[in-house]
Design a protein around this ligand. Structure first.
Ligand code: PBG
Length: 327
């Protein structure tokens, strides 16, 4: 039955009716807040990301408390070490900044989920996500299989420091399986893996790389991160990660890839997380600062759209603002 019998506007007439038929909700508990932790003693602002600072461990603990008080489910941690080397050894050092941040936050806010990002790019002096090899014809690439033990070792170090969930973002093939086996062997069979299963080689990571000082010194990440043009491949990547033992899948970035979120949710039936990345945040902040958009409305609409596309969980730098607006 169509017009005039059907009038779609009937259910839009009042806030109460709109609330009754609303299909998608966003709650603070759906959100995870990323934090950058460094070894300096002061907070350091990140130019492109107003409201986001690089934090000393004690300040990260304070932010984590605040996030927990707002109802946010957890924090995603990125470490910025004082020194970097070819292998990224500060990633797994027991006294590395990331391990210190994990244990300090767990001790102070035990019920907040602490989810360290697992990658080598913040820790390697060349800025790539694994260790490098030179092929016979002199081309430098990231050595997939040689990087796996380093990633697995880092996962165990993070679990030993108290991480609730391990979140590999490096995009090496086989890393979820390697990490699962290493965690099981080290007595962490109950620690879940949230895999950045379809992570695209995106220009939207620009501000993050400024924050983490992790821009590759040569080349780019297109040899391991996904081509933005590929949707079938994203589904395939995700299902492979499920086979290797991933408990939660992730799509990253979020807004330009809403179709991918939807397809992966449909194909996998696994909890899906979407990462609303640094460039997405920077654009909203810049437009809001210029007076071109209403920041609050844009952020809440964005988070609703990401949830509607099928994301169960959203990682976002807007988490604290959003959680306070939703109260
Ligand atoms: C590490 C990593 C990156 C991001 C999350 N984990 C950067 C990259 O792959 O270059 C980006 C997050 C963001 O832009 O907010 N590999």
């Amino acid at each position: 039955m169509s017009f005039p019998a059907t009038r779609m506007r009937r259910l839009r007439a009042t806030p109460a009716l709109r609330g009754l038929v609303r299909e998608t909700t966003v709650e603070a508990g759906d959100l995870l807040l990323p934090l950058f932790v460094h070894t300096e003693s002061e907070r350091a602002p990140i130019d492109a990301m107003p409201g986001v600072d690089r934090l000393p461990v004690a300040e990260a603990v304070a932010e984590a408390r605040e996030a927990h008080a707002l109802g946010i489910s957890g924090v995603v941690l990125f470490g910025i070490p004082a020194t970097k080397d070819a292998e990224g050894s500060q990633a797994w050092a027991a006294d590395g900044v990331i391990q210190e941040a994990i244990s300090a936050i767990k001790a102070a806010v035990p019920n907040l989920l602490v989810i360290p990002d697992l990658c080598l790019c913040e820790y390697t002096d060349h800025g790539h996500c694994g260790i490098l090899q030179s092929t016979a014809d002199g081309v430098t690439t990231v050595d997939n299989d040689a990087s796996l033990p380093l990633l697995a070792r880092t996962a165990v170090a993070q679990a030993q420091a108290g991480a609730d969930v391990i979140a590999p973002s490096d995009m090496m093939d086989g890393r979820v399986g390697a990490i699962r086996r290493a965690l099981d062997d080290a007595g962490f069979a109950d620690t879940p893996i949230m895999s950045y299963s379809s992570k695209f080689a995106s220009a939207f990571y620009g501000p993050f790389r400024e924050a983490a000082d992790s821009t590759p010194s040569n080349g780019d990440r297109r040899g391991y991160q996904m081509d933005p043009a590929n949707g079938d491949e994203a589904v395939r990547e995700s299902l492979l990660d499920v086979d290797e033992g991933a408990d939660i899948l992730m799509v990253k970035p979020a807004l330009p890839y809403l179709d991918v979120i939807w397809r992966i949710k449909e194909a996998s039936q696994v909890p899906v997380c979407a990462y609303n990345v640094s460039g997405e945040y920077a654009m909203v902040k810049a437009a809001a600062a210029a007076g071109h958009i209403d920041e609050r409305a844009v952020v809440l609409e964005t988070l609703t759209a990401i949830r509607r596309a099928g994301a169960d969980i959203v990682i976002t730098y807007h988490a604290k603002d959003a959680a306070s607006w939703l109260q």
